[in-house]
Design a protein around this ligand. Structure first.
Ligand SMILES: Cc1ncc(COP(=O)(O)O)c(C=O)c1O
Length: 451
């Protein structure tokens, strides 16, 4: 849980002078060559040196992925080229490319010389309208007024978390889950509690555990579907059951749907807002994953408020969006074409490639003694349980990832990055031959270290 006061600040000086400001004596030589000393009074600020420290908010702000990964400091095996299964960025491997129509849409805006100015804080009308048309359904209708654009889905999450919770209030977030939720909350002094996901039920929410976390400080429930890091996709029935909990306690839901529609055969993605006319839902998404352009930093908030409960929050979101104008004008102007001209075949091919990769990983890792594999249903990740009692010299997920890197040059993220020890997360994005080789090396590593 977020610290009530910053432990890292303990024993350290707050802003201010190193020691009480003293009057300074200065030697002076006048034009006749005579020297004298004058006393300069201490400055009114009380500062007498460059005694600078980061703010308390900066001290509170940590991204656990960076903290854990940067501390690992293991060199790869020089005899094996590094294969990284750690990065959730589909563009780095060269086998997932954006569609040519998206490139043309941005080029067109660049050539027009019309998309270079400041857009409105919540986003251009044409862009918000394009998002609303893309995501509006009869059950959960949207207009451009219900859309706010932000700098990536992370920017959308920052606005949403900041608009819904005061410092000291609590948000409920999934475990295992995407680490940035906690990072944003820490930076704002907002607390959080984790509710458990159950690996034996394809990472469904443990509903009793979720409900047990709710108290008078709870501000909202955050649900991530499809999930990073689990690769799970929830059924409509399960999403309804989560909404029932929210409804019983009058808690709004933040639905992180950045992996919307990225599902494998036999799975259906259901937007949470479609399942309720009573629970207010803020859904966040963006271009990063489905359109394969995370660096374009385009995210959005969809305000679903059929019960008219978000009147004040809506104003709050608008106010917070005015702090910085968070998404760039070029991509905003291109958004109508990006969202509406990208052919369905592009999305289908992305999902088919990810599904093929998931099958390769399952085929090679599913039977490895010492690993517990939870078959992914969508997104671009898979969690592997490490049965530490079956290994002679691997005691934790961090040790597993460190030794795997040192011996096999395969980089994965330890489950601790997602608050879920004794699992590791692998990314399914690398090209099939690279992924196959990485999985073979993981299997070899397990064979080598098993009792
Ligand atoms: C679950 C989840 N939410 C939000 C984001 C942030 O997306 P963006 O890159 O658009 O900020 C990510 C990125 O990996 C994610 O996995």
């Amino acid at each position: 849980m977020a610290p009530a006061s910053s432990p890292s600040a303990k024993g350290k000086r707050p802003h201010g002078p190193a020691s009480p400001a003293k009057a300074a004596k200065r030697a002076r030589v006048d034009s006749t060559g005579r020297s004298s000393t004058t006393t300069t009074p201490p400055p009114r600020s009380g500062r007498t040196s460059w005694s600078l420290r980061m703010s308390e908010a900066a001290q509170r702000t940590t991204n656990p992925i960076r903290a854990i990964v940067d501390n690992m400091k293991v060199a790869p095996n020089p005899d094996k080229p590094v294969i990284s299964l750690a990065l959730g960025d589909p563009t780095v491997f060269g086998n997932f490319n954006l569609h040519a129509s998206c490139v043309d849409a941005v080029k067109k805006q660049l050539d027009s010389y019309k998309a270079n100015g400041y857009p409105p804080a919540t986003g251009m009308e044409v862009a918000r309208d394009a998002v609303a048309r893309k995501y509006s359904t009869p059950e959960a209708p949207l207009t451009s007024k219900d859309v706010i654009l932000a700098s990536g889905c992370s920017g959308a999450l920052e606005l949403v978390i900041g608009a819904l919770a005061n410092a000291g209030q609590t948000m409920l977030i999934p475990r295992p889950g995407f680490s940035v939720y906690a990072t944003i909350a820490d930076s704002k002094g907002i607390k959080y509690k984790y509710y458990d996901l159950d690996p034996s039920k394809n990472w469904e929410v443990d509903l009793d555990h979720l409900e047990a976390q709710i108290d008078e400080t709870t501000a909202f429930i955050l649900v991530n579907n499809p999930s990073n890091p689990c690769g799970s996709v929830y059924s409509a029935a399960h999403l309804r059951a989560i909404l029932d909990v929210a409804e019983r306690h009058y808690l709004p839901v933040v639905a992180d749907e950045i992996y919307a529609d990225m599902v494998f055969s036999g799975q259906t993605f259901t937007a949470m807002a479609q399942l309720t006319s009573t629970v207010p839902v803020l859904a966040v998404g963006g271009l990063a994953k489905k359109w394969l352009v995370p660096g374009w930093r385009m995210g959005w908030i969809l305000i679903h408020d059929r019960a008219d409960a978000f009147k004040d929050v809506r104003v709050g979101l608008q106010k917070l969006s005015q702090v910085i104008i968070g998404s760039n004008s070029l991509i905003q102007a291109a958004l109508p074409e990006i969202l509406h001209n990208t052919p369905q075949s592009f999305y289908d091919e992305t999902n088919a490639q990810l599904e093929r990769h998931a099958k390769v990983a399952m085929e090679l890792l599913g039977k490895v003694k010492g690993l517990k594999v939870v078959v992914p249903q969508g997104a671009m990740y898979c969690m592997l349980g490490i049965e530490t009692d079956l290994f002679k010299d691997v005691k934790s997920d961090v040790e597993f990832t460190e030794k795997l890197m040192a011996e096999q040059s395969v980089m994965c993220l330890p489950g601790q990055c997602f608050k879920y020890p004794n699992y590791i997360r692998i990314v399914l994005c690398p090209a099939e031959d690279k992924l196959r080789e990485a999985c073979q090396r993981i299997a070899e590593f397990c064979d080598h270290h098993r009792k």
